[in-house]
Design a protein around this ligand. Structure first.
Ligand SMILES: CC(C)(COP(=O)(O)OP(=O)(O)OC[C@H]1O[C@@H](n2cnc3c(N)ncnc32)[C@H](O)[C@@H]1OP(=O)(O)O)[C@@H](O)C(=O)NCCC(=O)NCCSC(=O)CC(=O)CCCCCCCCCCCCC(=O)O
Ligand SMILES: NC(=O)C1=CN([C@@H]2O[C@H](COP(=O)(O)OP(=O)(O)OC[C@H]3O[C@@H](n4cnc5c(N)ncnc54)[C@H](O)[C@@H]3O)[C@@H](O)[C@H]2O)C=CC1
Length: 719
């Protein structure tokens, strides 16, 4: 609802009240319409201030209403009525003014913001565009280039930036409502014609065609196949080229297409899934609501290689003191430089000072003595990690949380090597750790709920989508990834090329296909893991055994490519060729194609024609099938956990909602049928056998994804 009062005698004060973010639900919209009418018809009221309760202006439209029938007064006429008012309307912005919230503020004649306020039009991240006039008013107010940037990216700006851009008229450090009331009194009676943004001409930049073409190229390149960013560019173009009314019609048309699209549903699912994973639980029943995190003020990072450097930056940027420890002098020096330059670049972007003095460097592990939490990021080697954990247990103060960044090793085995296994958890970051939004928090059999709560809270503070998962080889993300990569290798054996496989996956929406991604992260990473697991064997074995491990089909293709010293971009050769080591532009490599032909000939494999559909089905359904196994095993609590991991850690296109959501949109019976088909065609690949949970879900009528937890719960209670 919205409360109406009078302030300072002459100002009508409308306070939006819909905790926690004052979203514009039908009830709130009705209340705004009613209270604006009261204020405008009250002869004593000279001007009106709109604010939000509890220090939050408005988080925008109520996203929960999008799934159902829209009731209540629509936003557009409501905002028009505010703009058309004959008394000054002032938005007092504290906290968030996002989406429809900012559009409401843009309908007001003036905007006063608190210095800590955040403003933006993040609709694009929900598969939509700002369709309550935002796409038409913002370019008129701040110009096309800045409006394009904000609307197509959904970027949220600070009050200082909003002032610089001209979105707000004044920023205050003090009580925003008081400042807005004072301001409202000062402008009472002044003419308002020049304050109605919809009447402004839209400033046209000199070469606007080129600007829009460039914007279109950018959005098409960065979010492949996503409709909303494209529609955002089209809507802003309408603002720049059409009169306001016609621009509004275009905005509405574009919104109508997006609003009912599967992409918007998928992105809105991801929004709520991200929040749902914060309500984590462990098999014991302990969870977010019963476990209190410990305070963490000082942390240590052990091992300053690729990951340790990024983790150090992420921790320091969160405001923690960090002790960064590395045994190798040369590595330590390089790490210092790298961390410093990452912090400086980040600070420059944010317009803040770099947090250099929060970090101390050491070669001595005893420097951990006074830290609250340690994150170990040494080589992926169990013996080394056990030794490091033994030393940490000896030197850390009692109660220090010991976290490992291992990508796949057994967290329980590490915990068993310490006197306090309840203090051990995995904190699995993704490279680059200060950039990637995902954190898997891995609980072992003996991890305490408090340790998990502490790691989850720290992840949240670092701005990560943090997901609590159980302990198994590869946890959730990498366990599923193995099946996806394995199918890609098998497809090469059967006749595909890296270009074909990557093309299909990139068309689906991944920023990079599996082979281009592997070239970027280094082929040697997976090779080392396969060697450690006894799968990769040196030299090319001949006969049957070359392609069988433990009775199942195995492809040594990746191992053979590595044996040629082809580790991807860093060596200038991998699945593709590059101009020079470190170069980023992948070109098709005739060597690789002839290697594949020779490989097939040696193993008596006859290349067949493979289409993109098969690539997608084999790679994606194998991955999804493992996701069902993970749910069945209780390693992830629900499909949302898996989907958040894939969207934020593995480049799964958000507009497809994550692998489990995607499976539900394809239809579980179809996924089951295709897996059965491929398993029959490849009986030597047991991983293609459909998982029991998938069969069970299909047998129970393929419920929508938000009801899978009920089926999983029932399954676990019967085990
Ligand atoms: C606001 C935040 C930054 C706060 O963050 P934080 O403090 O970290 O809290 P959270 O945990 O994120 O959130 C707390 C709690 O609140 C819930 N929540 C947050 N925002 C919303 C919201 N907007 N609606 C509903 N609920 C919300 C959140 O889920 C949490 O609850 P929990 O899930 O139970 O834990 C952060 O929350 C945030 O970023 N929020 C989202 C902000 C946002 O994206 N806003 C934009 C919303 S979209 C919008 O505003 C669009 C418009 O206004 C356009 C409207 C036009 C509509 C017209 C429709 C016309 C369609 C025509 C089609 C016709 C078709 C036909 O022809 O049939
Ligand atoms: N590289 C990646 O993309 C990812 C790696 N990981 C995991 O993170 C861990 C680290 O990986 P990377 O950073 O890639 O390795 P890396 O090889 O780049 O760095 C490891 C560093 O640890 C140092 N080190 C070794 N023993 C040490 C000791 N006793 N004390 C202090 N420092 C020591 C090494 O000198 C080296 O600088 C591994 O467990 C890996 O599996 C997890 C996610 C992604």
């Amino acid at each position: 609802m919205a409360q109406y009062t009078r302030a300072s005698g002459f100002v009508g004060l409308i306070t939006l009240q819909n905790p926690p973010v004052n979203a514009l639900s039908a009830v709130v919209r009705q209340a705004i319409v009613d209270t604006v009418k009261i204020a405008l018809s009250d002869p004593k009221v000279k001007s009106v201030v709109i604010c939000g309760q509890n220090g939050n202006f408005c988080g925008g439209a109520d996203i929960k209403e999008f799934g159902g029938e829209m009731t209540g007064p629509p936003l557009i006429p409501m905002i028009h009525a505010i703009e058309a008012a004959n008394k000054p309307m002032v938005a007092a912005i504290e906290g968030n003014a996002l989406g429809g919230g900012l559009e409401l503020a843009l309908g007001c004649h003036y905007r006063i913001a608190h210095s800590k306020a955040r403003l933006g039009l993040p609709e694009v991240t929900l598969g939509l565009l700002p369709a309550a006039g935002g796409s038409q008013r913002l370019p008129r107010l701040i110009g096309v280039p800045d409006a394009l940037d904000l609307i197509t990216t959904g970027r949220i700006v600070t009050a200082a930036e909003a002032l610089r851009l001209g979105i707000v008229d004044q920023v205050t450090e003090h009580n925003t409502v008081d400042a807005a009331v004072k301001f409202a009194l000062s402008v009472a009676g002044q003419p308002l014609d020049a304050r109605r943004i919809s009447t402004f001409p839209c400033p046209r930049p000199p070469d606007s065609d080129a600007l829009f073409e460039e914007a279109m190229r950018k959005v098409r390149g960065s979010a492949r196949g996503a409709m909303a960013p494209v529609a955002c560019v089209q809507a802003v173009r309408a603002a720049a080229t059409l009169p306001y009314e016609r621009g509004m019609e275009r905005e509405k048309e574009l919104m109508a297409t997006l609003f009912t699209s599967g992409q918007a549903r998928a992105l809105q699912y991801v929004f709520f899934a991200q929040r749902a994973v914060g309500r984590w639980s462990m098999p014991s029943g302990a969870g977010w609501d019963t476990s209190k995190p410990r305070p963490v003020n000082k942390a240590a990072v052990i091992g300053l290689g690729t990951m340790g450097r990024g983790i150090t930056v992420a921790l320091a940027q969160t405001g923690l003191s960090v002790v960064a420890i590395e045994t190798q002098e040369k590595q330590l020096m390089e790490a210092k430089q790298a961390v410093t330059s990452m912090l400086e670049r980040g600070a420059k972007r944010r317009g803040a000072a770099p947090a250099l003095d929060r970090i101390s460097y050491s070669r001595n592990i005893q420097a951990v003595a006074d830290v609250d939490l340690v994150i170990e990021a040494v080589f992926e080697d169990m013996a080394l990690k056990l030794e490091v954990f033994r030393q940490l247990s000896a030197f850390c103060k009692p109660g220090t949380l010991l976290c490992t960044n291992t990508s796949a090793l057994d967290v329980d085995e590490l915990a068993r090597g310490t006197p306090n296994p309840e203090l051990v958890v995995g904190m699995h970051f993704f490279a680059p750790a200060h950039v990637m939004k995902l954190l898997e928090v891995v609980y072992g059999k003996r991890s305490s709920p408090q340790a998990v709560a502490t790691a989850m809270q720290l992840g949240k503070k670092m701005g990560k989508a943090s997901v609590a998962v159980g302990n198994c080889r590869g946890f959730v993300g990498n366990r599923m990834l193995r099946l996806y990569v394995e199918q890609a290798f098998f497809l090469l054996e059967e006749g595909a090329t890296p270009e074909l496989v990557d093309g299909a996956l990139e068309e689906f929406g991944f920023p990079m296909g599996v082979f281009r991604m592997s070239d970027l992260s280094g082929l040697d990473v997976g090779w080392r893991t396969r060697k450690a697991a006894g799968q990769a064997q040196p030299g090319e074995a001949s006969g049957q055994s070359a392609r069988i491990r433990n009775g199942s089909r195995y492809s040594p293709i990746g191992d053979l490519v590595c044996e040629q010293g082809r580790f991807g971009q860093k060596t200038g050769r991998g699945w593709y060729q590059y101009d020079k080591p470190g170069s980023r532009v992948a070109r098709s490599d005739p060597w690789l194609h002839s290697f594949l032909e020779q490989y097939r000939a040696r193993h008596g494999l006859v290349a067949r024609s493979i289409d993109r559909q098969e690539v997608l089905e084999r790679c994606l359904y194998a991955l999804v099938n493992e996701g069902f196994r993970i749910l069945e095993d209780g390693i992830a609590a629900g499909p949302e956990d898996i989907d958040v991991i894939y969207v934020f850690g593995y480049g799964w296109p958000g507009h497809r909602g994550g692998p489990m959501f995607y499976a539900s949109t394809v239809g579980l019976p179809k996924v089951l049928e295709r897996l059965e088909h491929y398993h029959q065609a490849h009986p030597d690949v047991p991983d293609l056998q459909p998982c029991g949970l998938l069969r069970r879900l299909v047998a129970s009528g393929s419920p929508p994804v938000h009801r899978w937890r009920e089926v999983i719960k029932k399954l676990h209670s019967q085990l």
